[in-house]
Design a protein around this ligand. Structure first.
Ligand code: NAD
Length: 249
């Protein structure tokens, strides 16, 4: 077990697949009590809950759209009620609605911003008071190499993920005196359903640019998230940790 989260209460948004699921499973293995949200995959959520319970972990899932402000507040209240505290918030839920700006609809732009950026605002705002009162807490937000370096066809996604970086650095400064750290993980090319949806040619081109010569496994990202959530990272805040095989050097 590389990082110890024994007894910690962890909330992951979008935890039923990909990086979110890997993070949920890794946090449970690290000894945490894990809550996670999902938008629609009720079956997968129930399966993960059962799997974690079988392994002896406490787990609880919540159907909740990250873009819904009131629902986020309700989830955080439910988690603090159920687990007695919220120690770690991991804002993972994210979507892509790619296309050249010329053809990008307002609806695609708004949907990307609502989940990727407003979702982070919603959960961070809901966690603010409980963490401030505890005088301890960890917030880890998922950005992307695309938010740092840009990518043609991903203006909305890049803007939302760059927004996550600015948001996180500002919040890190706001909450530092309260013992709460706020950090960002910026993955490169990770093999998940999100990247499976990309055209084969685009994936091959992306992989070809990775200095380490392979895409990331969701576990590679989950371990970085867990590090920032653990006591090992207690003196790190406002940091953007690239987990990209060297893609954005
Ligand atoms: P994924 O599509 O496999 O999984 C995303 C998860 O978020 C799913 O469980 C989905 O149901 C959930 N989700 C989406 N919208 C939601 C909403 N409105 N409310 C609640 N849940 C919602 O994606 P992934 O590849 O695992 O990505 C996870 C995070 O990492 C995202 O923020 C993504 O932008 C970021 N990221 C991924 C990559 C990559 O290469 N896969 C690279 C950089 C950053």
């Amino acid at each position: 077990m590389p990082f110890d989260l024994s007894g910690k209460s962890v909330l992951v948004t979008g935890g039923t697949r990909g990086i979110g699921r890997a993070t949920v499973e890794a946090a449970a293995r690290a000894g945490a009590r894990v809550a996670f949200t999902y938008r629609s995959s009720e079956e997968a959520a129930a399966e993960i809950e059962a799997q974690l319970a079988e392994g002896g972990a406490e787990a609880q899932s919540y159907q909740s759209d990250a873009a819904d402000t009131d629902a986020a507040a309700e989830v955080v209240e439910a988690v603090t009620g159920e687990f007695g505290a919220l120690d770690v918030l991991i804002n993972n839920a994210g979507i892509t609605r790619d296309g050249l700006l010329l053809r990008m609809s307002e609806e695609d732009w708004d949907a990307t911003m609502e989940t990727n950026l407003k979702g982070v605002f919603n959960y961070a705002k809901a966690a603010y008071k409980p963490m401030m009162r505890q005088r301890e807490g960890r917030i880890v937000n998922l950005s992307s190499v695309v938010g740092v370096a840009g990518n043609p066809g991903q203006t909305s996604y890049a803007a939302s993920k760059a927004g996550v970086v600015g948001f996180s650095k500002s919040l890190a400064k706001e909450l530092a005196s309260r013992g709460v750290t706020v950090n960002v993980v910026a993955p490169g090319y990770v093999e998940t359903d999100m990247t499976d949806a990309m055209p084969e040619r685009a994936r091959a081109a992306m992989e070809g640019q990775v200095p380490l010569g392979r895409p990331a496994d969701p576990q590679d990202v989950a371990q970085a998230v867990l590090f920032l959530a653990s006591d090992a990272a207690s003196y790190i805040t406002g940091h953007v940790l690239h987990v990209d095989g060297g893609l954005a050097m």
